[in-house]
Ligand binder design. Sequence first.
Ligand code: DGI
Ligand code: FE
Ligand code: FE
Length: 198
Amino acid sequence: MLDAAFKDKVKADMKERLSAKRYTHTLGVAEAAVKLAYMYGIDIDKAETAALLHDAEKEDSLEHMQSLADSMYGDSLAPEIQANGNLLHGYAAASYAAMAYDIFDKDILNAIAHHTTGAESMSPLEKVIFLADYIEDNRDFPGVEKLRKAAEKSLNKGVLAGYDMTIQYLLQEGKTIFIGTVRNRNALLREMKHKGGY
Ligand code: DGI
Ligand code: FE
Ligand code: FE
């Protein structure tokens, strides 16, 4: 069990850093991540920690996000990620988690960093956070039930449905699609093909 004092400290910090709506979302992601972690036999404490911190930087300025992310990732981050807060806030939040809470567990940091666009090869913990962000109880967009059902079948099916929904949404809204999101989706499809669809 995660130290209650640590959990309370992170929650209080997030409550201060985030709007009421995003703080509620954060608590929802933590709950969904714990449930998924139980379901798929993944470390509960790591899932809860990553979930509580995943949007820590979401409401910060782009300049702040850039300097935080730069301290941890430098030029390894694609310019398209560096230029867009929507894509960058996870990487900035991972840097924040390391700096503010001395979290150096690579799996936790990757799960925070990759929660928006995924990654070419994701660990089960990364997949849990990616999915929990999408299906937590406060989400009510059309199609969320389909995602929740996919998440019950397998982590990969849930994540694939998440990628597809993001890409469909971006197309519908006429927004630019980060090429990495497409690459990551294709990589997951290949991974699933090797496993007979799972
Ligand atoms: O931070 P949250 O709102 O909880 O969720 P998130 O981290 O998944 O961020 C979602 C936002 O990021 C949403 O506005 C869509 C945007 N996004 C996700 N993938 C891409 C993207 N935006 C662009 N331009 N390109 C992408 O590939
Ligand atoms: Fe986010
Ligand atoms: Fe989120």
